[in-house]
Ligand binder design. Structure first.
Ligand code: B12
Length: 220
């Protein structure tokens, strides 16, 4: 089975909510030596994009979204250890507080960001989904992180990314953290508008942007 076919099968498995097909092709991807992140990005996530579009146009409903999410997670159980196995034995890059903002229960993308950042040398404190601005700030303070990374998958919850930056300013501690934003509807323009330090389209972006922010800070 060639790479294109495996990636297409992964997407189809998510679209059809077929866990067996997802597990089988996740294994096929690893056996064929496909980069596990590419399997996520070009396979599973592509399928998820189709399911999201079908939901938006009324061609599928919540049960299909749930099945797609479960199928994605079933494949991730196989792919994630392969991502983690590439963990770099490098010096600690920095500490990141990761959360999905208040009102938002989506965690698949956030979890991928956490895994990829960890395997790239960051210490990640993931406090989960549906996190209020104050609980995020408290956790950032408690864990003495350098970066706060916020995931939001809905246009209705994106304003909570903005709120966090505003509250940091009100508390006089905006300079203490780099704030990184991401998630489906989030864009560079949104990040600029709300005064975030960085925006990432993918988990790899999250790593690259975090590195460049920390490096720029340590440059004289
Ligand atoms: C799966 C899914 C669900 C699952 C979530 C399961 C789970 N455990 O996460 C379930 C079924 C629970 C669900 C529920 C709902 N959902 Co939903 N869901 C989706 C769907 C199809 C896929 C999301 C996903 O996991 N994508 C795959 C991952 C890998 O991609 P990702 O999250 O974008 O993450 C990547 C990048 O964005 C980035 N990234 C993510 N976070 C961060 C953070 C940082 C800092 C950085 C740098 C990068 C980064 O890196 C990731 C990896 O590359 C999307 C459609 C879509 N295409 O996004 C709708 C979608 C997000 N859902 C939507 C809706 C409306 C809902 C519901 C309200 C439905 C309902 N009527 O109940 C509820 C809301 C529940 C809530 N309060 O949160 C809408 C949101 C519309 C809007 N307002 O903007 C969408 C866009 C569907 C649509 N087209 O209408 N959903």
């Amino acid at each position: 089975m060639d790479k294109k076919e495996v990636l297409e099968n992964l997407a189809t498995a998510v679209i059809e909510g077929n866990k067996d097909m997802a597990r089988e092709n996740a294994q096929n991807a690893l056996t064929a030596g496909i980069d596990p992140l590419e399997a996520v990005d070009q396979g599973l996530s592509k399928g998820m994009g189709v399911v999201g579009a079908q939901f938006e146009s009324g061609d599928s409903f919540l049960p299909e979204l749930l099945m797609a999410a479960d199928t994605f997670s079933a494949a991730m159980e196989i792919i994630e250890p392969a991502i983690e196995a590439r963990k770099q034995q490098v010096h600690k890059e920095g500490t990141v507080l990761l959360a999905t903002v208040k009102g938002d229960l989506h965690n698949i993308g956030k979890n991928i960001v956490g895994t990829v950042m960890e395997t790239s040398g960051f210490e990640v404190v993931d406090i989960g989904i549906d996190q209020s601005t104050l609980s995020i700030i408290e956790a950032a303070d408690k864990n003495k992180v350098e970066i706060i990374a916020l995931s939001s998958l809905m246009s209705t919850t994106m304003p909570n990314q903005k709120e966090l930056i505003e509250v940091l300013k009100e508390m006089g501690i905006r300079d203490r953290y780099f704030v990184l934003v991401g998630g489906g509807p989030v864009s560079q323009k949104w990040a600029d508008d709300i005064g975030a330090d960085g925006y990432g389209d993918t988990a790899i972006d999250a790593v690259n942007i975090s590195r460049s922010l920390l490096n720029a800070r340590s440059d004289p």
